[in-house]
Design a protein around this ligand. Structure first.
Ligand code: CMC
Length: 429
């Protein structure tokens, strides 16, 4: 029997259907509320609002659980590869060997970008932020594949998905090469997805380039950990834009833009900048913690806090350990890692952070690893985008196939002026 909740208001009683998810989480279905009552609901920032039913990623913020398609993130981090996780997120199950081989083959053979697209990089200033380049380039792909990007055509969807997964590393690596004035390095089909990206980032045409397996594995791990996170700001943006049946390239490019903000993916760059600032100011951690607690300072501890995780972020736990491993294996001593650990310790024994349940999030330690891998700070959020690409695609695909999808169009409570008469300019005081 389906459950209902009761709303009693102004002497009238309304039945509201209760929806239960596969992990037992409950929601009140208010989609018919306005029709029945004339009222809408108000929830700034969608803190308490489910925008869709989804079977991709499960989070339990209280218990620190993250699962992609049912698989715990810890197991995927230990045993899987990014490309396999991409397949899992998009198609719903882990690929068989044959499926994986085919997927890898197709992705590998779509990594080049159109030669004309390369010329677009010349229009950017040398110091353009690579996120600006990434979103522009992904958007521009829609100008190159106009004949195959109907969001409702299954074949068009598939080819667009391959293109996005395959070309994003190339676009990202070229934006780095542009910033340092080096020639673009073409993708190499003999390399793995991640090794190919590293090669395009760091090799030069004049020399052979050795790809350190420690670097390759570390990057693969980071991409897995960033691959999806259910209805976050950028995924919701991709769904919202896509719900108008805009093509997948512009929908995903909108996700890139949403990710750029320092409260979202841009936090990984902001964390390193903050750690550097603490280091350069003599390492007085308490001063920065106090500043973060002072609401008038406008300063927050970057890499701390999360809308959903109120206990710990399971990705941060894995990344913290990986940061230790990678730095040891690469024989790097980074004082910023020491500062980060000390900062975590000080914050987590402080009443303010404990009471507000503010813990290190995915962005807190990831930058230390990126830095150890010689990825420049401006590229950190691009790395996040590279990892999040399969998640955005999976969310977009689910939205397109979902029979309940409607164009995203929230309502509002109007708080402006009531009707008033137009006053000609000469009579205005
Ligand atoms: N430092 C100091 N105080 C904080 C912080 C922080 N990092 N984060 C939240 N607070 C305080 C905040 O001032 C508020 O206090 P009060 O209740 O007294 O007004 C309380 O904690 C709740 O914060 P909120 O901003 O209402 O929470 P939210 O769910 O809207 O925001 C957040 C979540 C992640 C945007 C926020 O914690 C934040 O700004 N963190 C720093 C930026 C960051 O690390 N972002 C990456 C998020 S994880 C990866 C991703 O999503 O891309």
């Amino acid at each position: 029997m389906s459950e209902t909740a009761k709303l009693i208001y102004e002497g009238k009683e309304y039945e509201i259907p209760v929806i239960t998810g596969s992990e037992g989480e409950k929601a009140l279905d208010i989609s018919k509320l306005r029709g029945a009552t004339g009222y809408i609901t108000l929830d700034s920032g969608f803190v308490n609002t489910g925008s869709c039913k989804s079977s991709i990623t499960f989070l339990d913020g209280e218990k620190g659980i993250l699962r992609y398609r049912g698989y715990p993130i810890e197991q995927l981090a230990e045993h899987s590869t990014f490309l396999e996780v991409a397949y899992l997120l998009i198609y719903g199950q882990l690929p068989t060997e044959a499926e994986y081989k085919e997927f890898k083959h197709i992705v590998t053979h779509h990594t080049m970008i159109h030669e004309d697209l390369k010329r677009l990089y010349d229009g950017f200033r040398k110091d353009s932020h690579p996120m600006a380049i990434l979103s522009s380039m992904i958007c521009t792909l829609s100008g190159y594949y106009g004949e195959s990007m109907d969001p409702l055509n299954e074949r068009h969807q598939e080819i667009s998905i391959y293109r996005l997964i395959a070309k994003t590393p190339t676009i990202a690596a070229y934006s780095f090469k542009k910033s340092i004035g080096q020639p673009f390095i073409y993708p190499k089909n003999s390399l793995s997805y991640v090794a190919n990206f590293i090669n395009m980032m760091f090799s030069v045409p004049t020399e052979d380039y050795y790809i350190d397996p420690v670097v390759e594995r570390a990057l693969d791990l980071l991409l897995i950990l960033h691959a999806d996170h259910e209805q976050n700001c950028s995924a919701s943006t991709v769904r919202l834009v896509g719900s108008s049946h805009a093509n997948i390239y512009v929908s995903v490019a909108s996700g890139v833009n949403a990710l750029w903000g320092p409260l979202h993916g841009g936090a990984n760059q902001a964390v390193i900048e903050m750690l550097k600032e603490i280091h350069e100011a003599g390492g007085d951690i308490k001063k920065f913690v106090d500043k973060a607690k002072d609401k008038t300072s406008g300063f927050r501890l970057m890499g701390f806090g999360h809308r959903v995780y109120k206990n710990f972020d399971p990705r941060a736990v894995i990344i913290k350990k990986a940061a230790d491993d990678v730095l040891t294996k690469l024989d790097i001593h980074d004082p910023l890692l020491d500062i980060a650990k000390e900062l975590e310790e000080v914050a987590l024994s402080d009443e303010y952070f404990l009471e507000k349940k503010l813990y290190p999030n995915v962005d807190f330690y990831s930058g230390i690893i990126y830095k150890a891998l010689r990825i420049p700070v401006e590229m950190f959020t691009v790395m996040f985008a590279l990892g999040r690409m399969p998640g955005w695609i999976a969310q977009w695909r689910e939205m397109i196939y979902d029979k309940e999808t409607k164009i995203g169009r929230p309502r509002q409570i109007f708080t402006g002026e009531n009707k008033r008469e137009y006053v000609k300019i000469a009579q205005r005081t």
